[in-house]
Design a protein around this ligand. Structure first.
Ligand SMILES: [Zn+2]
Length: 129
């Protein structure tokens, strides 16, 4: 995958601002290139331990995409206390739809492919911009 440096910075900033809650949002772009992050509300009952993307953000995204906006490439969320890899809860929640998951823990951002068989680590390169 390719990800813009400004997107990485935005993910770290959102995670830091939401701490001690998990932040979450959408990853947008085209093909293999993640060009934007759209923050969403975390509507989980216990947002310090779980995340649930505000369904309205997904509805808005699907509508924008139908009108030619950037495509939904995946989702992101933070781990305020855990490592930057999928937790047991993440594995249980994941739909296995092939989309990208970004996980932020402090300054570390990792990408994963949500495959039907589980999460596969997804190498990425950072693009200036
Ligand atoms: Zn998680």
């Amino acid at each position: 995958m390719l990800i813009l440096r400004s997107v990485l910075d935005a993910l770290r900033a959102h995670a830091a601002g939401a701490d001690p809650h998990e932040c979450c949002g959408l990853l947008l772009g085209e093909g293999l290139r993640i060009a934007a992050a759209r923050p969403a509300g975390n509507v989980a009952a216990d947002p310090s331990r779980r995340f649930e993307i505000d369904p309205q953000a997904l509805i808005d995204q699907h509508r924008a995409q139908r009108h030619g906006g950037p495509r939904l490439l995946g989702y992101y969320h933070s781990h305020p206390t855990g490592p930057a890899r999928p937790s047991a809860t993440d594995r249980a929640q994941a739909p296995g739809d092939g989309l990208v998951w970004a996980i932020i823990a402090e300054e570390t951002v990792t990408l994963w492919r949500d495959s039907p068989g589980g999460f596969d680590p997804l190498p990425y390169r950072v693009l200036d911009g």
